[in-house]
Design a protein around this ligand. Structure first.
Ligand code: ZN
Length: 186
């Protein structure tokens, strides 16, 4: 089921999401919610979706960066961003650690809760995430490049943080002007 996405200004995007118990994760309600979040992310389309974006203050997010999305961006851009396919997966109660020595990359990013806009955000290039998966099993993810950016962006949502809080505000652009002036440069 495709769910409505809450946009900037909605208080749910600014709150702290609550943790889920193992029983919560395994419940029919949360399993159905995960399926609906996947449908919603695919339909948008987007590479990540956090529960506050569909109005629920829960520490739950889904991520998938598909090869067919990456094929639509210029190869040089995908390479510069270290963007590689990421299979669908679920983050529950994630804890993010920036890995020692990880550099920072500055790229435009966007958000389904701020449709039509983009801005440059500096993000760590290598992170570790400890969380539960959709079966409530503990997992550790080590990620780099664009995947590390997606993880940072989605986990920020669970703390009420949006990319506009972290962006270089003078780079804020609508998508039309991004395509006209900046897409080729960045
Ligand atoms: Zn977002």
């Amino acid at each position: 089921m495709i769910l409505p996405i809450h946009e900037v200004g909605a208080p749910v995007l600014r709150g702290t999401a609550r943790e889920l118990s193992v029983e919560d994760v395994l419940s029919d309600g949360v399993q159905d919610l995960i399926a609906s979040m996947r449908d919603t992310m695919l339909a948008a389309p987007g590479v990540g979706l956090a529960a506050p974006q569909i109005g629920l203050p829960l520490q739950l997010a889904v991520i998938e960066d598909r090869a067919d999305y990456i094929a639509k961006v210029p190869e040089a851009q995908a390479l510069a961003r270290q963007r590689r396919p990421v299979p669908f997966h679920v983050l529950v109660n994630p804890r993010l650690t920036v890995l020692e020595g990880a550099g920072i990359a500055h790229f435009f990013e966007g958000c389904l809760s701020l449709p039509g806009f983009t801005g440059v955000v500096g993000r760590a290039l290598r992170v570790r995430v400890d969380c539960l998966n959709e079966k409530a099993e503990p997992v550790t993810i080590e990620a780099e490049g664009w995947y590390a950016r997606i993880l940072q962006h989605e986990i920020d949502h669970l703390k009420g943080t949006l990319y506009i809080d972290r962006m270089d505000v003078r780079t804020f652009s609508n998508k039309v002007n991004y395509e006209r002036y900046w897409a080729a440069a960045r």
